[in-house]
Design a protein. Structure first.
Length: 219
């Protein structure tokens, strides 16, 4: 059972994004979006991305240009890319660490984070938290670079570090350029706590504070 139906429509977004669309593997916009993500990683890290998460969110400005992209995968869809950094399935590691006992189907992996505009991470974080919770997810799992960790700290969002993301843990390695030079961390966060905290701390006039993002076709 899939948590997101491919080609689902998303509600209009407040803030700097004029639109957002969910792009599946067979979507005609898929190549454009993968090229956008790969280009950001190439320019920033000298990396060559060859694989992408199955569900991609495409954020566009008022002129239809891509501003940002984010990849998603649910734990119920199979092994998560980020689980390569762990010594076992994420739900087992979280239980071992006494973080939480969670059904892996309620864990969402976020990756392929790419933005063409500086300072856009904050707004994406705010909107993704509500989007994932509305899709029935309870925990989010992602690799946080130093830049992303700084954004999370500025928002004072609590996360739990699970492991250092080390390139030697990846099957097949890959050409990641300088991506791993800043020692990114694999972290998780409780979505209910994050959304509640953001709702209590973000000012009402902030366009990113209360996004009306919803997924159509969530089952």
């Amino acid at each position: 059972m899939h948590w997101i139906r491919p080609h689902a429509s998303l509600a209009p977004l407040p803030g700097r994004f004029a639109s957002v669309a969910l792009v599946g593997r067979d979507d005609p916009d898929r190549v454009e979006l993968e090229n956008f993500i790969a280009g950001i990683y190439r320019d920033r890290y000298g990396a060559r991305l060859r694989s992408f998460l199955p569900h991609l969110l495409a954020y566009r400005d008022g002129e239809g240009r891509l501003s940002a992209a984010v990849g998603l995968r649910a734990g119920g869809e199979g092994r998560l890319f980020a689980e390569q950094y762990l010594d076992g399935p994420v739900e087992r590691v979280m239980a071992w660490r006494e973080i939480a006992r969670v059904d892996r189907r309620a864990v969402a992996e976020v990756g392929n984070f790419a933005a063409s505009t500086p300072g856009i991470a904050r707004e994406l974080i705010l909107q993704l938290a509500m989007l994932l919770q509305s899709a029935g997810m309870e925990w989010v799992l992602f690799v946080a670079t130093r830049q992303l960790r700084n954004a999370l700290q500025r928002l004072r969002l609590p996360t739990i570090e699970l492991a250092e993301a080390r390139v030697e843990r990846l099957r097949g390695g890959g050409d990641w350029g300088t991506y791993y030079a800043s020692r990114p961390r694999l972290v998780c966060g409780n979505l209910a706590e994050g959304v509640a905290y953001l709702g209590a701390t973000q000012p009402a006039e902030d366009p990113g504070a209360a996004p009306t993002v919803c997924l159509a076709g969530v089952r």
